[in-house]
Write a protein that binds this ligand. Structure first.
Ligand code: GFB
Length: 312
């Protein structure tokens, strides 16, 4: 059963922070059917890491609602090798926006986190209350700490000032607008590109980082956008909400699925000099389902759409 809406987007001024990114871009597309007045701003105009720039922008625009999708993001290698950038930029962006949103009286803010906020050895599927119950996965603890701070900022501003700020935790995402750079990307776009290029060059094998044993859950970014717009309308509480598909595959299974989708018939070679990262992170999505959202498309469907739009 869909809960009664607590916030209407219709006719509201809505700022999507991070609209050039994969997530922000998907939220902009999704908001196209909500009848709201959408505003965006480029990095050249407002550097979100600078507090004075963010305060001036929000004081002049005074949006009713913000989707906070702006972030420094990357795959396992980028996270592992640029800890300062991932910690500093993400903390600054979210602190600047959340504090200024409170100052100008923003009525609803949706903060986007990540499932890497959970302990490395969290129970599976991971319930929301597993947050801060154990040590983090070292390859992405910098990003995770920043995202945990973002959740806590939403909670603190709600407690102290009564702000209707909520947090959603997306699982591993893919889809239009993804990063296909092999050093800094996530696994799914990396494997799509590697398989495509291997097919074109007639290569005999494709290199997969790590052992292939870690398990990951994947959600198409348009499904994520639909879920967070739904949460903006129906959810208003302190606890963050997991947003995932509820199903997982091993990296080896993902690589096989990608090869079948692309039509690459060579073999897989596992490069164990590369890190595996967290062994498993499957979201417990029962809270999201109880709030009336469970529309995730199957991985095979989303993978085929993504391959066709990126390389077709
Ligand atoms: O997607 P990914 O980079 O990030 O890697 P995480 C997931 C798994 O895929 C790891 C393996 O076990 C990688 O070793 N993998 C195999 C590959 N081949 C490749 C490849 O060619 N490229 C990449 N990138 N991986 C990220 C976090 O963790 O998840 C972020 O670092 C964020 O902070 C994001 O939370 C959602 O899933 O390990």
């Amino acid at each position: 059963m869909t809960p009664t809406p607590v916030f209407s987007l219709s006719g509201k001024k809505v700022w999507v922070a991070g609209h050039r990114g994969m997530v922000g871009g998907a939220i902009v597309r999704r908001l196209g059917s909500e009848g709201c007045d959408l505003v965006t701003v480029s990095r050249d105009q407002v550097d979100l890491v600078r507090q004075s720039a963010v305060e001036a922008w929000l004081a002049s625009e005074k949006p009713d609602c913000i989707f906070l999708a702006a972030a420094k993001v990357g795959g396992i290698q980028a996270n592992n090798t640029k800890p300062a950038e991932f910690l500093y930029e993400n903390m600054m962006i979210e602190a600047n926006i959340i504090h200024a949103a409170h100052q100008v009286g923003v009525k609803k803010l949706v903060f986007l986190g990540s499932t890497c906020i959970y302990p490395k050895m969290a129970p599976q599927p991971i319930p929301e209350h597993a947050l801060l119950t154990g040590p983090l996965e070292p390859t992405n603890e910098w990003y995770a700490i920043a995202k945990i701070a973002g959740i806590k900022l939403c909670q603190a501003y709600r407690r102290q000032y009564g702000c209707d700020f909520i947090a959603a935790q997306p699982t591993n995402l893919y889809g239009p607008g993804d990063n296909y750079d092999l050093e800094s990307s996530h696994v799914l776009p990396a494997l799509l590109r590697k398989a495509h290029e291997a097919k074109l060059s007639g290569a005999a094998e494709l290199v997969v980082w790590g052992s292939g044993n870690p398990r990951r859950e994947f959600l198409h970014v348009d499904d994520l956008a639909d879920a967070v717009v739904h949460l903006a309308k129906v959810y208003s509480d302190e606890e963050h909400v997991n947003v995932g598909s509820g199903s997982e595959v091993t990296i080896k299974e993902l690589a096989e699925l990608v090869c079948a989708t692309v039509g690459f018939q060579g073999s897989l070679r596992f490069d164990v000099s590369k890190p595996d990262g967290t062994p498993r992170k499957l979201s417990d999505v029962s809270k999201l389902h109880s709030l009336g959202w469970s529309q995730a498309r199957p991985l095979q469907v989303g993978l085929t759409q993504t391959y066709q739009s990126a390389f077709g």
